[in-house]
Design a protein around this ligand. Structure first.
Ligand SMILES: Cc1ncc(C[n+]2csc(CCOP(=O)(O)OP(=O)(O)O)c2C)c(N)n1
Ligand code: SF4
Ligand SMILES: [Mg+2]
Length: 351
């Protein structure tokens, strides 16, 4: 069996949101990911964000590619629309769905392998076109589903589980998204739900291409000595993560750090990721400042997290193409066949 349905029962005192839904109504099937996988924490953050925002589940369309990360839409928003596409093809399918019906919230869930390798072209064009979506990359630096090969986001010099060093330069999807014109760009950590839930909520509420890169440790293939995202490294270097001491190995990695503080997360691949929240005075409306910050932190071997850039006035693909408000399947004969006179005028205008 590839999935297990969750029992519907819940405690009678469980609170409802404004739509009358409990948090349980936003859950999906029981996850089959490894216990402690960062991706499950992201699913929990998505559930929390949607519940808190009173989103009606049937107004959401979840789309994903292939990978452990791309499996996760099965584990949240069980009453929403969902489509598990081909490897790396989520962005184009999402773009088509969005153009066909702009009335839904489009949630694209992908992995660093799915989006930064086979799907890199799709990622690039969906972002630069300003597709109105929340695009989440669950970034663990490896191809988890196919047993932990380095992905294109793995740091140079990092070590694989088998002790092989990664010789390629890392691709930074946040830097790319900023350069490509994404109008909401953030980076989070699956172990920092307090930071991640608001990041997702802001992205849901944003119009235009919202991109979130979420560092999400793979406990099966990125948790060895020499990794910069391993459970042990985080436990040794972050006080908040030490709270996980009581949890069995392969438990969810958690961090709770104050603004401006830096944490180091050890990955399987041997590189050290340093996560730093943005300073309180940082202005996320300045795209160039955001690009500089990313470059500076990268040069220092650190990773900036938080809301890095937002353009609250951004347009989106529907605006650029002047599409109709109605879903295409709601258009009648009158709208679709305007008649011979109108057609003649169009043809005349093109001569
Ligand atoms: C066309 C195609 N090529 C290759 C694969 C094999 N494959 C499945 S998942 C995957 C990578 C998944 O990595 P990522 O997107 O990072 O997801 P993760 O499992 O790490 O969450 C690959 C290469 C495939 N399924 N289809
Ligand atoms: S292999 Fe890695 S990414 Fe996949 S479910 Fe297990 S911990 Fe998560
Ligand atoms: Mg991955």
């Amino acid at each position: 069996m590839t999935y297990l349905a969750k029992p519907k029962l819940h405690h009678p005192t469980l609170g409802c949101n404004a739509m009358g839904f409990t948090r349980r109504d936003y859950e999906g099937k029981i996850s089959t990911l490894c216990a402690g996988c960062g991706h499950d924490s992201i699913s929990a953050a998505i559930i929390q964000a949607c519940w808190e925002l009173d989103i009606e589940p049937h107004r959401v369309a979840k789309l994903s590619g292939i990978g452990c990360s791309s499996k996760t839409p099965d584990y949240f928003l069980g009453q929403s629309h969902g489509f598990n596409t081909v490897h790396g093809r989520m962005p184009s399918v999402l773009t088509g769905a969005s153009l066909a019906n702009r009335g839904l919230l489009y949630l694209g869930v992908s992995g660093d392998g799915d989006s930064a390798s086979i799907g890199i072209g799709q990622f690039v064009h969906a972002i630069r076109r300003g597709v109105d979506m929340v695009y989440i990359v669950e970034n663990n630096g490896v191809y988890g589903l196919t047993k932990g090969q380095f992905s294109a986001t793995a740091d140079q010099g990092s070590m694989s589980k088998k002790g092989v060093a990664n010789t390629d330069s890392a691709l930074d999807m946040v830097a790319m998204a900023l350069q490509l014109g994404a109008s909401y760009v953030g980076r989070g950590f699956s172990g920092d739900k307090a930071q991640l839930v608001p990041l997702i909520k802001g992205a849901i509420r944003h119009r235009g291409a919202a991109f979130l890169d979420v560092i999400s440790p793979c406990v099966a293939f990125n948790n060895h000595a020499g990794s910069t995202r391993s459970y042990d490294y985080v436990r040794e270097h972050n006080e908040a993560v030490n709270r996980l001491d009581v949890i069995l190995p392969r438990a969810r990695i958690e961090a709770d750090y104050a603004e401006g503080r830096m944490i180091e997360v050890e990955q399987h691949d041997g590189s050290v990721l340093r996560l730093r929240k943005l300073d309180a005075g940082y202005d996320p409306r300045d795209r160039l400042a955001a690009m500089n910050l990313i470059a500076q932190r990268h040069a220092q071997g650190e990773i900036a997290t938080g809301l890095l850039y937002v353009d609250p006035e951004a347009g989106d693909l529907h605006g650029h193409l002047n599409t109709v408000d109605a879903a295409l399947n709601k258009l009648g004969v009158a709208e679709l066949s305007p008649g011979a006179d109108t057609l003649a005028k169009i043809n005349a205008a093109l001569r």
